[in-house]
Design a binder for this molecule. Structure first.
Ligand SMILES: [Zn+2]
Ligand SMILES: [Zn+2]
Length: 371
């Protein structure tokens, strides 16, 4: 067996850290290595267990004292063995997992009351839809209480029996040295009762997979990663526990013309060097109208110059009805094939430019001579 890591090192806390710091450190690790987040990942599972064991020892004054004095060997002497599996960890530290996004709710050992699971729905939107906001009907399957048995899982008219494994207590208490380790009874799932005549409609599950439609209002300005929480649209809780929530996670697709940068948009337009010199007008698509918007490019605009248009960017979630800006980058194209006439005109233009330079140069020498 590989040697065990130091508990303080495992949690990433100093040896004099207090309960609050340790709880925070453990919560962070538990979230990171949570089995729901790392399915089938043995390494994460080990880390998850390792962190729970470290926290179990360090949060307990007596165990911590023994560990500080005698290390791992000292605890082994007391019969402490850590945790067998994730279920033990959930039942030991239920409150730590409360409020974790997307994970199963807390299970109260005494009553079996449990908040329903949160659900996640990934919604893909175009940039235009994200700009305008929209109403979307989400269709998904979720567990709902079986109407046949009212969610009890028992055939109507039948009675449950006391769980013989835990004598109806719902938990198993193992004594090891002078420690007691409590875990939820796996036979009855912590309820203390077992169903002998399961409901035929739901096979004793108490729940059925049902198609659900929810109309969701997507506000303007959402971006990739935005989470909308629809309260009470998750799965039902156990024994009257509250319904979980539905989280709509937004993904905004790339646009062919605009690049999004927070509340701002960027795009580029290509004009000829003549247009750059003389100034021009270009049309740009806008999301709040079917018609393009005409914008004016001033004469003398330089290649790669950026024109910033206030309020022509994305609608903003943060600023309510506000909008970001649009940055238009000017790409200047140099013609590669000129007609005879164009060549003549440009040659004439160059001569004019030369004269201009010539005049200036002459002025310069005149000044020198005059001085
Ligand atoms: Zn039991
Ligand atoms: Zn049923």
């Amino acid at each position: 067996m590989a040697s065990k890591r130091d508990y303080y090192e495992t949690l990433g806390v100093s040896r004099d850290s207090d309960a609050e710091e340790m709880k925070k450190a453990y919560r962070k690790l538990a979230l990171k290595y949570h089995p729901d987040r790392n399915p089938e990942d043995r390494e994460a599972e080990e880390r998850f267990k390792e962190a729970a064991e470290a926290y179990e020892v360090l949060r307990n004054g007596e165990k911590r004292r023994i560990y500080d004095l005698y290390g791992h060997a000292g605890l082994e002497g007391t019969g402490f063995t850590g945790f067998g599996g994730s279920e033990d960890i959930f039942s030991a530290f239920g409150d730590i997992f409360e409020g974790f996004f997307g994970f199963g709710g807390r299970k109260s050992r005494r009553t079996g009351i449990r908040r329903g699971n949160d659900l996640r729905y990934d919604l893909e939107l175009s940039l235009e839809e994200a700009y305008r906001g929209k109403e979307e009907e989400l269709v998904f399957d979720r567990w709902e209480f079986c109407e046949g048995c009212g969610g009890s899982g028992m055939e109507p008219g039948s009675e449950p029996e006391m769980c013989s494994h835990c004598q109806g207590r719902g938990e198993i208490i193992r004594s090891q040295g002078f420690f007691q380790i409590r875990t939820a009874c796996s036979t009855c799932g912590g309820t203390g009762q077992v169903i002998v005549d399961p409901c035929k409609e739901c096979q004793g599950n108490g729940k059925l997979r049902v198609e659900r439609k929810v109309l969701v209002k997507i506000p303007p300005g959402v971006d990739t990663g935005t989470q909308l929480r629809i309260k009470g649209e998750g799965e039902p809780g156990n024994k009257g526990g509250p319904q979980g929530d539905l989280f709509v996670v937004i993904y905004v697709k790339e646009h062919h013309f605009f690049v999004r940068d927070g509340d701002d948009l960027r795009c580029q337009v290509t004009i000829s060097f003549i247009q750059a010199a003389l100034g021009t007008e270009v049309s740009i698509p806008v999301f709040d109208s079917d018609e393009d918007k005409i914008i004016t490019i001033p004469d003398g605009v330089q290649p790669e110059e950026i024109i910033r248009l206030k309020g022509m960017g994305m609608s903003s979630l943060r600023r309510g009805k506000g909008y970001g800006d649009l940055s238009v980058k000017i790409i200047v194209k140099i013609p590669t094939r000129l007609s005879q006439k164009q060549r003549e005109l440009l040659t004439e233009f160059v001569e004019l430019e030369n004269q201009k330079i010539g005049t200036k140069t002459r002025d310069f020498w005149d000044k020198i001579r005059g001085a």
